[in-house]
Ligand binder design. Structure first.
Ligand code: SF4
Length: 289
């Protein structure tokens, strides 16, 4: 179900000490990508909505609301994270075409962005990201878990194939758009094998990514029950192992040490080129990317 809503403001101020940005912008609420481990399920509970993956809210006035905020003299052109509680490139974005309008505004008001997505729809707006990178700064990340396409269809059925996501980064290779890979969450017993991780690291190097961030699956709030149900129904042979792991019956320290050892070896084997910070054309703007 799609439902149009209106918003009072487009930008949401974050109060976090560990995020590299202070603002986020979510055009949609809910997410059709349907990742079984989705960390954002809590956000629909807060809205009293039923199905996070099926009930998608569209902020139809977001472009106008954004311009009101960006044109204020008090706007300091800080980095905005596109997304936060959803993936910005929802399938419905093909029809609504809200992002091109948003990116045009960000170019007009010289405001840098970071975004991470599991959708190759971002490529539709390639030229706008290139322009934004010239005048303010743009960081594009892809989030990936597995190169096993059959497994990907089970754990992230609404997302783009992993190969297509890497193509998004390849297109920006050698441009001012900073690119990176979020290899997360790593799912114990499913995506934690060396072969899969090595393919992610080698592909990141090949497409010219400048960073790769890894993270192990965390199960909190409504995500915990949802994910464990998914494992019980889809991979019953792994269910007991998951319950043991997430109830502390497994030696997590030993598991993590082995995994992080593999990751650290892969970082050495596939070093990423350090990103060259470049001066951007607007002399008043801080060099952020
Ligand atoms: S893409 Fe992100 S927000 Fe969307 S379902 Fe997956 S984890 Fe949740």
């Amino acid at each position: 179900m799609y439902k149009n809503i209106t918003c009072k403001s487009a930008l949401n101020k974050l109060n976090s000490n560990y995020l590299p940005y202070n603002w986020d912008l979510n055009v949609y609420r809910g997410c059709s990508h349907h990742c079984q481990y989705c960390y954002a399920l809590y956000s629909h509970n807060y809205l009293n909505m039923g199905d996070f993956f099926g009930d998608i809210l569209i902020k139809e006035n977001i472009v106008e609301a954004l311009e009101v905020q960006l044109k204020k003299k008090s706007w300091k052109r800080e980095v905005i994270n596109l997304g936060g509680v959803t993936d910005s490139y929802q399938p419905i974005e093909k029809k609504t075409k809200l992002f091109p309008e948003i990116l045009k505004l960000l170019i007009k008001y010289r405001t840098p962005v970071s975004i991470s997505t599991k959708s190759d729809l971002l490529l539709r707006d390639k030229e706008l990201f290139l322009d934004l990178a010239e005048v303010a700064g743009a960081s594009v990340g892809i989030s990936v878990t597995t190169f096993d396409e059959e497994l990907r269809k089970k754990i992230e059925p609404g997302s783009s194939p992993t190969k297509n996501r890497f193509e998004v980064l390849r297109v920006f290779k050698g441009t001012r758009v900073r690119t990176g890979v979020l290899a997360m969450p790593i799912l114990p017993y499913l995506t934690d094998n060396k072969e899969n991780l090595e393919r992610i690291f080698s592909s990141a190097q090949e497409v010219g990514a400048s960073f790769i961030i890894t993270g192990l699956l965390n199960l909190r709030g409504p995500t915990r029950g949802h994910f464990l149900n998914f494992i019980r129904n889809t991979f019953p042979e792994l269910y007991e192992g998951y319950v043991n792991y997430y109830t502390g019956k497994v030696d997590k320290k030993a598991y993590r040490e082995k995994l992080y050892g593999t990751i650290s070896q892969l970082r050495k084997q596939y070093p990423l080129p350090p990103y060259q910070y470049r001066k951007i054309r607007d002399p008043e703007q801080l060099v952020l990317f």
